[in-house]
Design a protein around this ligand. Structure first.
Ligand code: F6P
Length: 323
C-alpha cells in the first residue's frame, strides 16, 4: 500500500471530518500518500481526486459536515459509472479506498470490489445508527444530543401552555434516533418504523397521561413511522381528540449538522486509524466497527443485510419511565 483514497458518501454526519483526519494522519505516519476523493462516488467517477497532506487536515476534528463533500450518486449504480471510477483509480494508482458512509455507500463498495477487486474498507458514518457490526455509527451521538437539546426547549413551552407536541426526528427506515432521544427527553410516546403504531393505543396512552395531570406531552416520531410523519400523526390524534392543543415540530436537517461530540470524535479517530491498519493487514471488503470497546470487522454484505436490531428493552424502559 503506497496510495490510499478516502471519500465520504451518502448523508453527511458529524464526525466524518475527524475520521478523514485519522485516515490521513495514519497514512502519513506509515509513509503512505493519501488522496481525498471529493463528492463521494460522484467524484470518483468524475476524477475529483487530489493528494492530501497531514497539515491539510488541521483544525477539522471539531467541524461538522465533511471537507470532502458528499453525494448520493445514481451513476455509481450503473456499470458504465463504475467503469469510469475504475479508470480514475488506475490513473491515480490508488491501492485501496476507504469509504465513510452508510448502507448505500457499502452496497456500492461491495459491488465495485466484486467487479474490479479494488480493496475497499468502510467506516460507518451516518446519524441513523442503522448498521450491523458496530455499537454506534459516527454522527449518531451528536445527532442525539442535537435532538435532546431542541426537545428540552420544546418541553419548556409545551408545559407553559399544557400542550401536546409531536416532534419528528430523522430515520427513514430506522428508529434509533427516535428511541434514544425519546428516552433522553422523557417522551410520553415514541413511534418507530420497527414497531406497528396503533393510533388508538397512542390515544389511550395520552389520555392516561392527561388524566394523570401531566402539564405537557411529547411524542417523538421517526420520519419513517408507518403512520406517517409528525403532521400525519397530529392529524390523526386531533381527529379523535379535538380537545388537544397540539403543535408539530419537524427537526429536519439540523440533526445532521453541528460540531461532533467528544464521543463521536473519539469513535471517528479510532475507526479512521483502524481502517488504514486494516488495509495494511490485507483485510478488505469489510466495515470497521467497535463492539464492546473492541475494533471488529464485518463484511459489507452483513453490515447492510442484518440491519442492527433495536433494543426493545429500551422501548419498555421508555414506557415504564413515562407513567
Ligand atoms: O441517512 C441519513 C439521513 O439523514 C436519514 O435519516 C434521512 O432520512 C436522510 O438521510 C435524508 O437524506 P437527504 O438529505 O438526502 O434528504
Amino acid at each position: 500500500m503506497k496510495k490510499i483514497g478516502v471519500l465520504t458518501s451518502g448523508g453527511d454526519a458529524p464526525g466524518m471530518n475527524a475520521a478523514i483526519r485519522a485516515v490521513v494522519r495514519t497514512c502519513a505516519y506509515n509513509n503512505i500518500q493519501s488522496y481525498g476523493i471529493c463528492e463521494g462516488y460522484k467524484g470518483l467517477i468524475n476524477g475529483k481526486i487530489h493528494p492530501i497532506e497531514s497539515r491539510g487536515v488541521s483544525n477539522i476534528i471539531q467541524r461538522g459536515g465533511t471537507i470532502l463533500k458528499s453525494s448520493r450518486s445514481e451513476e455509481f449504480y450503473t456499470p458504465e459509472g463504475r467503469k469510469k471510477a475504475f479508470k480514475n483509480i488506475l490513473q491515480h494508482d490508488l491501492d485501496g479506498i476507504i469509504a465513510i458512509g452508510g448502507d448505500g455507500t457499502f452496497s456500492g463498495a461491495a459491488i465495485f470490489n466484486k467487479e474490479f477487486n479494488i480493496p475497499f474498507v468502510g467506516i460507518p458514518g451516518t446519524i441513523d445508527n442503522d448498521l450491523f457490526g458496530t455499537d454506534f455509527t459516527i454522527g449518531y451521538d451528536t445527532a442525539l444530543n442535537t435532538v435532546v437539546e431542541a426537545v428540552d426547549k420544546i418541553r419548556d413551552t409545551a408545559s407553559s401552555h399544557n400542550r401536546l407536541f409531536i416532534v419528528e426526528v430523522m430515520g427513514r427506515d430506522a428508529g434509533f434516533i427516535a428511541l434514544r432521544s425519546g428516552i433522553g427527553v422523557g417522551a410520553e410516546a415514541i413511534l418507530i418504523p420497527e414497531e406497528t403504531t396503533y393510533i388508538n393505543q397512542l390515544i389511550d396512552k395520552l389520555e392516561g397521561d392527561r388524566n394523570g395531570r401531566k402539564s405537557s406531552m411529547i411524542v417523538i416520531v421517526a420520519e419513517g413511522d408507518e403512520l406517517g410523519g409528525a403532521y400525519e400523526v397530529a392529524k390523526k390524534v386531533t381527529e379523535k381528540c379535538p380537545k388537544y392543543d397540539s403543535r408539530v415540530t419537524v427537526l429536519g436537517h439540523i440533526q445532521r449538522g453541528g460540531n461532533p461530540t467528544a464521543m463521536d470524535r473519539v469513535l471517528a479517530s479510532r475507526m479512521g486509524n483502524a481502517a488504514v491498519n486494516s488495509l495494511l493487514e490485507g483485510k478488505s471488503n469489510v466495515m470497521i466497527g467497535i463492539v464492546n470497546k473492541e475494533v471488529i470487522y464485518t463484511s459489507f454484505e452483513n453490515a447492510i443485510k442484518h440491519h442492527d436490531k433495536l433494543n426493545m428493552n429500551l422501548m419498555n424502559l421508555a414506557e415504564v419511565l413515562s407513567c
